[in-house]
Design a protein around this ligand. Structure first.
Ligand code: UD1
Ligand code: MG
Length: 456
């Protein structure tokens, strides 16, 4: 049986634009949607289709982009002279790459791997292969987008930029998204032929289509929904991209077995991993790095980031899990409880008004209401270790570093500064004194004083 040879894929992600309309010190592509910089969404998509190389084209001084995209390489476009010039910046890295080279934009984060796979199929299906496949779409308002000129046989013959288009061409509804899949063996020689004799005086990548079809090389179009091709130019677009991505992430979560009482109020990160039969109440926010096991219940108004929650755990309402939190099976974290760098053992509970930071809590231990691990001395963080089957009374302060042994019991309102041995009881509050009848005597005295004051 002949096996289909997997084709080689590389990607060039254009990100040299300054993004002035973002009004930001941060390069545009570093702005996040679903908790992840836009450019990394594009690279995730490229990775999902099995690209073996990717080069991000940045402007001078965009070192933070270069850092963020590692291990992918970056190439610097010295001056913004158009999209063809930008792609050329990647020539040193990909000049001898043989296979399909995708060109994508770093500010267009919603494109899916499925769409890129359709383009790849379209490029390789025909014999001889299609040289350039352009991703087209039919925007509600074609406005300034390049128009795709298709001949009667359905072949793409050229792309005309809106500023260079005739009135008849401007009526074309099929527009250029900017995304292309190009035969790597042809890309660089086509680019060398692109000039800047056009309305903008720029080197247009789009010109490679006309150049290829004049050489009788086949060019084609694949269409995608406009929603995937939203380009972010300002913060309003950023919010639109966020909303679209949230919608997609929520839908995927529900399709994989998660119940959401009010999905529109749940905010997920691109990397949120949710198990089966997870139930999420209203107004829950997930930051990056969260894994939730099967059958977990997350009640309303929780904020969770960098945390791993084991199966059958219950979190919230109104709980905050900060980075480094690990809840083991069936642990309960209740209202107004904050955990940070805390390991909460199997079946352990901290249900009310508590801070557990830099701590380990053993299996089955109960942390009473108002317990605080005092982990910071103003200079250093210290650890609190509580054993299994222990009980910490309400309103206790555990001054770290400190250890409470297995099965130990700490009396309510204690301030624990020394280690507590296993199975011991530790209590630090003052002894209770009782004065029989004193309250009654006090009231009578005061009433008499008041009566005297009024009468006099
Ligand atoms: C481009 C297309 C147009 C298409 C539209 C889709 C060309 C000539 N035109 O137009 O057909 O409809 O995108 O959004 O390609 N960039 C660089 N260096 C440059 C120029 C651009 O890195 O020198 C990057 C930008 O940061 C941006 C992307 O390339 O991410 C597109 O550039 P932009 O100037 O927005 O192109 P458009 O004029 O919108
Ligand atoms: Mg643009």
């Amino acid at each position: 049986m002949a096996s289909k040879q997997a084709s080689k894929i590389a990607a060039i992600v254009l990100a040299a634009g300054k993004g002035t309309r973002m009004k930001s010190l941060l390069p545009k592509v570093m702005h996040a949607v679903a908790g992840r910089p836009m450019v990394l969404h594009v690279l995730d998509t490229v990775e999902a289709i099995g690209a073996e190389r990717a080069v991000v084209v940045v402007g001078p001084g965009m070192d933070d982009v270069a850092k963020a995209v590692q291990p992918y390489e970056t190439a610097v476009q010295a001056e913004q002279r158009g999209t063809a010039d930008a792609v050329k910046a990647a020539k040193q890295a990909l000049g001898d790459f043989r296979g399909t080279v995708f060109v994508l934009y770093g500010d267009t984060p919603l494109i899916t791997p499925e769409t890129l796979r359709h383009m790849l199929d379209a490029r390789e299906r025909a014999k001889p292969a299609t040289s350039v496949v352009v991703l087209g779409f039919r925007p509600a308002v074609p406005g300034g987008y390049g128009r795709l000129v298709v001949d009667r046989a359905g072949a793409l013959t050229r792309i005309v930029e809106a500023k260079d288009a005739s009135p008849a061409e401007l009526k074309i509804g099929l527009c250029n998204s900017g995304v292309m899949a190009v035969d790597g063996a042809l890309l660089w020689e086509l680019l060398d032929k692109v000039d800047n004799k056009n309305a903008k005086g720029e080197y247009y990548l789009t010109d490679i289509v006309g150049l290829a079809s004049r050489r009788k090389l086949r060019c084609g179009v694949i269409e995608a929904p406009e929603e995937q091709l939203l380009g972010v130019n300002d913060r309003v677009d950023l919010a639109k991209a966020e909303a679209a991505l949230q919608d997609r992430l929520r839908r995927a979560a529900m399709e994989s077995g998660v119940t959401m009482t009010d999905p529109a109020t749940v905010f997920l990160a691109a990397d949120t991993r949710l198990g089966k039969d997870v139930v999420i109440g209203p107004n829950v926010v997930f930051g990056p790095g969260v894994t939730i096991g099967d059958n977990v219940e997350i009640r309303a108004f929780c904020h969770i980031e960098g945390a791993a929650v084991g199966p059958q755990a219950i979190v919230g309402p109104f709980a905050r899990l900060r980075p480094g939190t690990v809840l083991e099976r069936a642990a309960h974290i209740g209202n107004f409880v904050e955990c940070k760098a805390a390991l909460i053992g199997e079946g352990a509970k901290a249900n009310h008004l508590t801070y557990v930071g830099d701590a380990e809590v053993g299996a089955g231990t109960n942390i009473g209401a108002g317990t605080i691990t005092a982990n910071y001395d103003g200079f250093f963080k210290h650890k609190t270790v509580i054993g299994a089957g222990a009980s910490i009374g309400s309103n206790t302060v555990l001054v770290a570093p400190v250890r409470v042994g297995d099965g130990a019991l700490v009396g309510a309102s204690s301030t624990i500064t020394r280690d507590v041995a296993p199975d011991a009881i530790a209590v630090t509050r003052a002894e209770q004194r009782e004065l029989p009848g004193a309250a009654k005597r006090y009231r009578e005295k005061k009433r008499a004083e008041k009566a005297k004051a009024k009468g006099g």
